[in-house]
Design a protein around this ligand. Structure first.
Ligand code: GUN
Length: 286
């Protein structure tokens, strides 16, 4: 049986429509919602991501401020820009697109962002809050994955979940959200020996390692929910995920495509986080 395809593009459009309604209601109360997006350098992939984020803002009535800084920007210059955005009461969310040029420490930059405006949820204060279950701003990609799982009608409670990948942006917060949703969670990664023996147990499998088509059908449990966070180029330069879609879709119960799965959800959740930050900063009800 072929898996149900989880359409992240369609779900993201529904989420953006919800956000747009929410923002219009805030506008009617005289509240404008503003996201500042900072892009340093000219990495082509980052330029595409930033363009899509700004476009999603326009669609959801969020005001976006775009700051493009040259590749040779110093850490001090970027920290000065962040200090300015932290102090600007009209700015609700600050997003610094990663990766940053090598002369800038991303840890130092993330630490400088006001945690209340940290719509990426990368600040240690927000990461710590996620760990203790008192979170407000949660990283966008893992949150988008949870929405996809929920929308597929799957409740993680009591299920076995395996996250492949341990980044601060996806793997670790993903494991934490699944744990909060009462799954039994295993985190595997590029150094896990016999990865298949781990992934085969997964009722819910989230692949976020950045290796083209690493997850093949023999590594997947029959009927599993398979979520592909990968964004890789294969040997022919074609965009592909961490999951070998064509073989795995014959074994999984449901699966996200690349593109059109997790990617659009990440941006939709960024819009949600921006509205959340705006409400929270102003003491409005969530
Ligand atoms: N680069 C890749 N993913 C992300 C993300 O979620 N946020 C930011 N700021 N940069 C990224």
């Amino acid at each position: 049986m072929t898996a149900q395809i989880l359409d992240g593009k369609a779900l993201a459009a529904r989420v953006r429509a919800e956000v747009a309604r929410d923002v219009l209601a805030l506008n009617q109360k005289g509240v404008e919602v503003t996201l500042a997006v900072v892009l340093v350098g000219d990495d082509p992939a980052s330029q595409v991501y930033v363009r899509n984020k700004v476009k999603a803002c326009a669609e959801t009535h969020i005001r976006s401020l775009e700051f493009r800084m040259p590749a040779e920007t110093t850490q001090q210059e970027l920290l000065a820009k962040i200090a300015e955005l932290n102090a600007d009461d009209a700015v609700d969310g600050i997003l610094v697109q990663l990766p940053l040029p090598s002369q800038i420490s991303s840890a130092a930059v993330i630490a400088a962002i006001d945690p209340a405006k940290d719509v990426d949820g990368f600040h240690t204060r927000n990461a710590g809050a996620l760990m203790t279950g008192s979170q407000t701003l949660v990283p966008c990609t893992p949150m988008g994955v949870m929405r996809l799982i929920e929308d597929a009608g799957v409740n993680p409670a009591g299920k076995t979940a395996v996250v492949v990948g341990r980044s601060n942006i996806v793997g670790k917060p993903m494991a934490m959200l699944l744990l909060h949703a009462h799954a039994t969670v295993t985190v595997a990664h590029s150094k896990t020996p016999d990865l298949a023996s781990v992934t085969k147990n997964a009722d819910i499998l989230v692949a976020a390692v950045g290796r083209a088509r690493l997850i093949t059908a023999d590594m997947v449990k029959e009927g599993a929910v398979v979520i592909d966070v990968g964004m890789n180029r294969d040997e022919n330069g074609r965009l592909c995920g961490d999951v070998d879609f064509d073989s795995v879709k014959e074994k999984a119960g449901s699966i996200t495509p690349v593109p059109g799965g997790v990617g659009p959800m990440t941006i939709a959740m960024l819009m949600c986080n921006t509205v959340l930050a705006a409400k929270h900063r102003r003491g409005l009800s969530l």
